[in-house]
Ligand binder design. Structure first.
Ligand code: SF4
Ligand code: SF4
Ligand code: SF4
Length: 318
């Protein structure tokens, strides 16, 4: 164990633990847009900067391991001033769309802007994407992408790559024009994306949105919520069931412990819990490339022809 002081409080922590985790374990909330304890450290958003006595500059708490004798200040004047400047830069390059954004109320950028009292302002410089909120990729019936809201935290890239046979997302372009792209800068429909929605559930802002949830028009805080477990395979991924006056939507939850999430599991879960089933789509190879095609629910669940297969396939030894 190591002993340190955070905001004047004596704290004990396991050797080798990251400072951000020690703070959070002790009820000290550190803002972070690019950090997730289940993903590789990126350290790009700089929101988790803290002051450590004896060190010249501010340090990112997501990449600092605790040491005995450390004296840490997480909300000093210098730290808060720096966080406000970082948020100012994010907002100057972001559409002012909180009123109608699907992510409002569940958005980390919005939460931190409120916490540190940083507002949108008139700004004459360039903004990402179109400068206006608008979907830049509507090719997938499961995911909506809005380039103008992306803050390039890279969480979607890292979570997609955590499942070896996926690894669909990456960075394209340079400098101000850097963006997230699927495969060779393709639409989600054309790409090898399997619509698992891992990237959607980890995106801290409204750049990636669950399309089914968006079309159901149920805000994340509305209606009744319950957590349900997928029974499609042994991983047992968790889904949120939102129920607003009988209108239901199933949303994948952030995967932990190596759980992969997959479209098949989501569709199985929808079929089990939703009495008004939305349309189901599967990706198919066509002469023009990959395309989403509406399919029947037995086809979506890969159950079509099951009875025929049972009756016609010869048993072993026959
Ligand atoms: S992503 Fe967040 S900050 Fe941006 S418009 Fe939506 S709610 Fe507002
Ligand atoms: S939906 Fe899944 S496969 Fe597609 S880009 Fe997102 S994480 Fe990758
Ligand atoms: S799409 Fe979302 S998760 Fe991906 S880099 Fe942009 S903000 Fe981060």
């Amino acid at each position: 164990m190591v002993h340190l002081t955070i905001n004047g409080r004596a704290v004990e922590a396991k050797e080798g633990t990251l400072l951000i985790e020690v703070c959070r374990d002790n009820g000290i909330e550190i803002p972070a847009l690019c950090y997730d304890k289940n993903l590789a450290i990126d350290g790009s958003c700089r929101m988790c900067l803290v002051e450590i006595e004896g060190r010249h500059g501010l340090e990112t708490s997501c990449s600092t391991v605790v040491r005995s004798g450390m004296v840490v200040h997480t909300e000093s004047e210098r730290v808060v001033k720096t966080r406000r400047s970082i948020l100012r830069l994010y907002l100057d390059n972001h559409p002012n769309d909180c009123l109608t954004c699907e992510k409002a109320g569940d958005c980390l950028l919005q939460e931190y802007a409120y916490r540190y009292d940083v507002r949108f302002r008139e700004h004459e410089g360039d903004r990402r994407g179109t400068g206006l909120a608008g979907w830049t990729d509507t090719s997938s019936p499961y995911i909506l992408r809005d380039e103008s809201k992306c803050i390039l935290c890279g969480k979607c890239v890292r979570t997609c790559a955590a499942i070896p046979d996926r690894n669909v997302l990456g960075y394209a372009g340079r400098g101000f024009h850097t963006k997230i792209s699927a495969d060779a800068n393709q639409s989600l429909e054309e790409s090898t994306c399997v619509s698992c929605n891992r990237c959607v559930v980890i995106c801290p802002v409204g750049a990636l949105i669950d399309r089914r949830s968006y079309e159901a028009r149920i805000r994340s805080w509305e209606g009744q919520h319950s957590i349900i477990k997928c029974k499609s395979c042994d991983y047992g991924c968790n889904f949120d069931l939102l129920d607003k006056n009988g209108k239901k939507v199933i949303r994948p939850r952030k995967p932990t412990n190596g759980r992969p999430l997959c479209l098949r599991g989501r569709l199985f879960t929808e079929a089990r819990h939703n009495t008004e089933l939305p349309k189901a789509y599967r990706k198919v190879e066509t002469p023009d490339g990959r395309r989403f095609q509406e399919v029947s629910w037995p086809q979506a669940l890969e159950l079509d022809g099951l009875l025929e297969r049972f009756c016609t396939e010869p048993e072993q030894g026959e």
